[in-house]
Design a protein around this ligand. Structure first.
Ligand code: ADP
Ligand code: MG
Length: 977
């Protein structure tokens, strides 16, 4: 028979199972047979056999179906009637005895009750007869609920289909009893969906589900499709979006309850109580249950649950585990609210030695506000947030707020929950929801979280700034409620938020209120806040003095578990270029984030790793992490922070020679940041512009962009990022004959002693001095820069120093020595993929008179349009075959063209194509019509006439093509006419 048209649409992750069933059916359609399909309730048995049935009918098979119905199991032959009804027209084809027996048994005719064996053989005869005309498939679903008489007949038939063209597929949930005799029948167990399919199913059915909620659902469902579909449905909208915390045990929803709860309800009361405690306790520790229960017949009480396969007891590990998380949910679901509270109360008493868990149970046991319990929850929340369990902390604080008798406490706790949600998780929706409850409360509590919500809501940085400063200072003036007490968490949160706001604002004055408050903190500022301020706010002035404290922090960071501490140590390490020492803890934050959650921590870790990767020349990883960061910021960590990853993408594009992309991204950041007042983002965006200009040799523009970050001769106060363009500024200044400016900048670096701040900055400072120095001193200064520690760690920066050194040596006629540095720079640039810099190094190298260099190129004008097109595609990394496909040529023709192209461009390898074409681009985009005319002249015939027409025509309005690619496109358009 024909291949069935599988897999069915709408089924996720069942290709292998469908294949198996298809195989069974194909075989049965030829020589008969039976199969028993088993699996947990809700695992998708019916859905799977539906798919098989549809496909089989579509292929022309007669499909008969019957499904047992609970509580109808005692109506004799009701199942068989359902199954054979469509064949009633064929009864007449049977012998009289068979025909009569079936008609009576199925209620079509009257007569004495037929013998079961006779009905069985009649059924078999009927099925064989019908199968004689074509394949037949009988599907019996929910076998345990098929009436006893029918089950007996079907069991008989199942063993006797061999040699017919009929198949019988019986479906039965695992472990259920039935009257169907299954002995000896082949069995296929349908397993739960694998993780990937489960995630896919949930994502398709609930696209907006919060990732944390999604992972809870995936955990609880364990690949059971019914649970995957039902658990989210049983949640409220605000639970689905995580604006409301989830209960510790997920509710089941109607269909799951029918399947699972009914089994729990049947248990004796003491067993149910114990299962409830086990479910709420969560770890299954029998000792805790024993203590909570206060009786020692625990195992006896659990025995019925074990017997019904609802739970398993491992006496060695003293643990009880539920056979499925859904049974755990069911145990909670069937209990009344009062029973649950009692269970929580008992567990709290049993967990006296574990304050966090105890607080949690006490919180659940309360029926009304209770300040003592709320206070315990608040303390517990602080502790667990220090371990990075932010979601847990938010839930605890929200519960503490619910239980707070007075509005001020309630407001404070909600605000802290909102702050953790917004700052650590990046979850703005729930944060703003929580803040709704705080509006009337103290602004000091409201402001720190509100800042994140305002920024993500496209608000202005200054709005948040005024709110924060007002909250901190206003609070003090009202009789100094916070009294600048360094232990006041709300005050400290407000200061962290304010510090970030000031940093983003990018001006020195902005910091004044922050410093004023910091100075008044008593007994003193928290050490991490002070460290971060010294190394992040204005490292050029306060960084060096803070280095010993940074050193101490770095020496402990590997053992640190608090992601917030890790993040702030990393922040402190950034301008000191010590991020490498925080990589391992940062990766931990990334991994956690990838596992689903903690958006903003994930984001900040990605930012730091991107930065470190860029400086270390790990550009592929930087690109990958930047893409991940953009995605996380869109989806979880707050869209506001996306600019940082665009900045990294712009940096990479600049150094790799994708100038248009780089400028477009930088432009986007600048445009985005303007109306929001995020000046630091604009400062950052100048850096890729500087690098793009340097890469293209536009030193004037590079100088303008570098000095827009900080004027020559100063390291602008509280603009830390100007440290990263110090050498760029000096190089651009010297190249544009601004010797005095360059010298002043070198002087500023020396005065700030940035060499002491970071080993990388030490190299840049030394090289800047060398670039500025006269020919007499320069070589020694370059040598000094290149002999500093860590030169092997910053390949791009150091290769640029070598390039500058090589250029200088060539100018002072030390060609031989020059070549050594140029060659080293060239090979680094090539390895990095820093195309424009590689070209520059190559040009210099050629100018040293190195004879092994290939002849001057930019002979692109000698290429035919088609050769140019092929060269461009090859340079973009396509293979001959791929190019051939695009251009409708044979790969051999493409190869032949390349054979012509290489010598015309003066290159010998494919890898050199891109640089060669870049050079052509530059000569054409120089805006000089001479180049364009030469270009035209290279195209004989029609192409040339077209181009000439274009040049003489008033095309200025349309804009002339700039790059070779655009010229070429234009040419193709014209020649096609
Ligand atoms: N592979 C699957 N992909 C998508 N939905 C599924 C899948 N398997 C089952 N479902 C859905 O899950 C629910 C339970 O499946 P069902 O076939 O009724 O389970 P069972 O018969 O094993 O109790 C149904 O709503 C069904 O449509
Ligand atoms: Mg079913």
């Amino acid at each position: 028979m024909n291949q069935l048209d599988l897999p069915a649409p709408g089924l996720t992750g069942r290709v292998r199972d469908l294949d198996f069933l298809e195989g069974f059916f194909r075989q049965a359609a030829v020589s008969g047979g039976a199969l028993l399909l088993t699996g947990d309730p809700g695992v998708g048995k019916t859905a799977l056999v539906d798919a098989l049935a549809d496909a089989a009918s579509a292929a022309g098979t007669t499909v008969l179906r019957v499904a047992g119905v609970e509580f109808e199991g005692d109506v004799s032959f009701s199942g068989l009637n359902q199954a054979l009804f469509p064949l009633a027209g064929d009864f007449g084809e049977l012998g009289a005895a068979h025909r009569d027996a079936l008609q009576v048994a199925l209620g079509f005719g009257a007569g004495p009750a037929p013998d079961r064996l006779l009905v069985s053989s009649a059924t078999l005869a009927l099925l064989r007869h019908v199968a004689g005309q074509g394949p037949l498939l009988l599907i019996v679903d929910d076998l345990p609920w098929i009436d006893r008489a029918s089950a007996g007949v079907l069991g008989f038939v199942a063993r006797r289909l061999m040699g017919s063209r009929a198949g019988l597929l019986a479906v039965c949930r695992t472990g259920a009893q039935s009257y169907f005799d299954r002995a000896g029948l082949p069995e296929y167990e349908l397993r739960p969906l694998d993780d990937e399919a489960a995630a896919q199913l949930v994502a398709a059915a609930f696209p907006g589900l919060d990732p944390l909620v999604r992972s809870r659902v995936l955990d609880a469902a364990q690949g059971n499709p019914l649970a995957l579909l039902e658990l989210p449905r049983a949640l409220s909208e605000s639970q689905r979006s995580a604006t409301e915390p989830l209960p510790s045990v997920l509710p089941l929803g109607q269909r799951l309850r029918e399947l699972f709860a009914s089994r729990v309800v049947r248990l004796p009361a003491p067993t149910r109580v114990l299962l409830l405690m086990a479910a709420l306790e969560g770890t299954g520790d029998l000792r805790v249950l024993q203590a909570a229960r206060g009786r020692d017949d625990l195992l006896d009480d659990l025995a019925p649950a074990e017997h019904d396969q609802l739970a398993r007891i491992d006496e060695n590990s003293r643990q009880v585990t539920f056979r499925h998380p859904l049974i755990r949910s069911a145990a909670v679901e069937v209990a009344t609210a009062a029973e649950r509270r009692r269970a929580h109360q008992a567990l709290a008493a049993a967990l006296a030695g574990q304050p966090e868990r105890r607080a949690l149970h006490l919180g659940e046991a309360c029926a009304e506000p209770d300040e003592e319990v709320a206070g315990l929850l608040e303390e517990a929340a602080r502790r667990i947030s220090q371990r990075g369990d932010y979601a847990g902390a938010v839930a605890m604080l929200a519960r503490a707020a619910d239980l707070s008798p007075g509005p001020p406490e309630r407001g404070r706790r909600l605000a802290e929950a909102a702050y953790i949600g917004a700052e650590a998780i990046g979850e703005m929706r729930s944060a703003s929801q929580l803040l709704e409850g705080v509006r009337q409360a103290d602004p000091l509590h409201y402001a720190p979280a509100a800042m994140f919500v305002i920024l993500n809501g496209d608000g202005h940085l200054d709005t948040a700034y005024r709110l924060l400063v007002g909250a901190i200072e206003g609070h003090a003036s009202e009789g100094g409620a916070h009294g600048y007490d360094a232990d006041d968490q709300a005050l400290i949160n407000a200061l962290w938020s304010l510090a970030m706001n000031c940093w983003l604002g990018g001006s020195a004055e902005r910091w004044d209120p922050f410093y004023a408050a910091l100075a008044r903190l008593s007994p003193g500022p928290p050490p991490l806040l002070a460290l971060n301020t010294d190394l992040f706010a204005d490292p050029a002035r306060t960084g060096v003095a803070a280095l010993p404290r940074l050193e101490a922090a770095l020496s402990t960071v590997h053992h640190e578990v608090d992601p917030n501490v890790i993040e702030n140590i990393a922040g402190s390490a950034m301008y000191a270029d010590r991020l490498a020492e925080v990589r391992e803890p940062l990766w931990r934050s990334v991994s956690r984030g990838r596992e689903g959650g903690l958006g903003r921590r994930h984001l900040v870790a990605l930012m730091d790793l991107c930065t470190d990767d860029f400086h270390r020349g790990e550009w592929a990883e930087a690109a990958q992490l930047a893409a991940e960061g953009l995605q996380v910021s869109e989806e979880r960590g707050g869209r506001f922070f996306g600019w940082y990853f665009r900045y990294h993408q712009a940096l990479l594009a600049a150094v790799q020679g994708r100038f248009d992309t780089s400028r477009a991204l930088a432009g986007q950041i600048i445009g985005w940041a303007g109306p929001r007042g995020v000046r630091t983002a604009q400062v950052f965006a100048h850096q890729p512009l500087v690098l793009a200009d340097l890469g293209q040799g536009d030193f004037e523009s590079a100088y303008q962009h570098a000095t827009a970050m900080s004027p020559a001769g100063t390291l602008a106060s509280h603009i830390p990022h100007c440290l990263w363009v110090v050498m760029d500024l000096v190089e651009a200044a010297v190249r544009t004959h601004r010797q005095a400016e360059a010298e002043r900048h070198v002087q500023a670096m020396a005065e700030a002693d940035i060499a002491a701040l970071s080993p990388r900055l030490a190299i840049l400072a030394a090289a800047s001095a060398a670039i500025t120095a006269g020919d007499g001193q320069a070589p020694a200064l370059f040598e000094q820069a290149l002999s500093l520690p860590t030169v092997d760690q910053w390949p791009f920066d150091v290769a640029r120093v070598r390039l500058a050194y090589g250029e200088r040596l060539r100018r002072i006629r030390a060609a031989g020595e020059s070549r050594i540095h140029l060659q080293a720079a060239l090979s680094t640039f090539q390895k990095l993929g820093a195309a424009p810099w590689a070209s520059r190094a190559e040009r210099e190298l050629r100018a040293t008179g190195r004879t092994r260099m290939p002849p001057a190129r930019a002979h692109a004008a000698a290429l035919t349009p088609q050769e140019l097109q092929i060269a461009r595609l090859a340079a973009s990394g396509l293979t001959n075959k791929q190019i051939a496909e695009r251009l409708f040529l044979s790969p051999r023709t493409v190869g032949g063209h390349l054979y012509q192209i290489f010598p015309k461009l003066g290159i010998t390898t494919r890898a050199a194509l891109r640089d060669a074409l870049d050079a052509v681009d530059r000569s054409l985009s120089a805006g000089n019509s001479g180049a364009r005319i030469r270009f035209c002249n290279a195209y004989p015939g029609r192409g040339r006439r077209c181009l000439e027409r274009m040049l003489v025509a008033p095309v200025a309005a349309r804009g002339l093509p700039e790059t070779t690619a655009q010229w070429q496109d234009q040419l193709l358009v014209w020649t096609a006419r």
